[in-house]
Design a protein around this ligand. Structure first.
Ligand code: HEM
Length: 209
């Protein structure tokens, strides 16, 4: 049987273009010498931040669907998750290739000694396992376990934020904003909270109708 070719919606096109923008801008800034005095650190920070934001956007798709009855958001979960993995891989590649120059002894020490690196590495492994199993074939093979495995996306979200909190200096508030977003997204997966928020949204929209 011939498989029906699915056309991309404008939202999907925007998401794909948007996900490439940080990479293109980063390469442009590198080319133009706009990455500041510490190029490696700037590139690490940018790719890490982008990986985190894309992961949280991917996690936001399910709540957006049930709160706003916006089904197209569901189609963005996989690509946004894969793009998050792409940036996390670049982030890690800069760390091992450029920062540590493939000195695996030093890399092992860093990964074992620095708690933020251990947590970052674990997050990377979760993203890798989800990226590999994100195809229809793996979905069929793993059956119920596929859903269980992909719930790890929330664990990845929490660990990515912990990684961020542990590596910034005390008093920097930005990682806590991301922590708040993860808490909200996780709470919206808890049935009573989910139903309560959904009923709030329904009553508001019936009042405005
Ligand atoms: C694979 C193992 C990982 C290692 C070894 C690692 C290492 C690092 C390093 C060295 C920094 C910069 C620290 C500094 O100079 O201040 C950093 C920053 C960061 N990383 Fe990672 N990372 C890893 C995985 C991840 C993953 C998977 C994510 C997100 C999904 C992530 C998100 C971030 C964020 C958000 C920042 C801070 C960005 C900022 O301050 O603007 N990292 N990471």
């Amino acid at each position: 049987m011939k498989r029906k070719k699915s056309k991309w919606t404008p939202l999907q096109i925007i998401a794909h273009i948007g996900a490439w923008i940080p990479l293109v801008v980063g390469l442009w800034d590198l080319w133009q010498g706009n990455l500041g005095p510490d190029i490696i650190r700037e590139a690490t920070l940018r790719t890490g931040k982008t990986a985190l934001i894309l992961l949280l956007l991917s996690l936001a798709c399910t709540p957006i669907n049930f709160l706003f009855k916006f089904r197209p958001a569901l189609k963005l979960r996989r690509p946004l998750g894969l793009y998050s993995f792409m940036y996390a891989s670049i982030h890690f590649a800069i760390f091992i290739g450029v920062d540590y120059f493939f000195d695996f002894g030093l890399i092992q020490d860093a990964l074992l000694e620095k708690r933020y690196a251990i947590v970052g590495f674990t997050t990377g492994l979760i993203l890798l396992s989800m990226a590999i199993t994100s195809t229809i074939g793996w979905q069929r093979r793993l059956k119920k376990n596929w859903k269980r495995l992909h719930r790890l996306a929330y664990v990845a979200g929490i660990l990515a934020v912990v990684h961020y909190i542990w590596l910034v200096k005390q008093g920097v508030s930005e990682p806590w904003i991301y922590a708040g977003i993860v808490v909200v997204l996780l709470s919206l997966r808890i049935k009573p909270i989910k139903n309560w928020v959904a009923s709030l949204f329904r009553s508001r929209s019936s009042q405005t109708a």
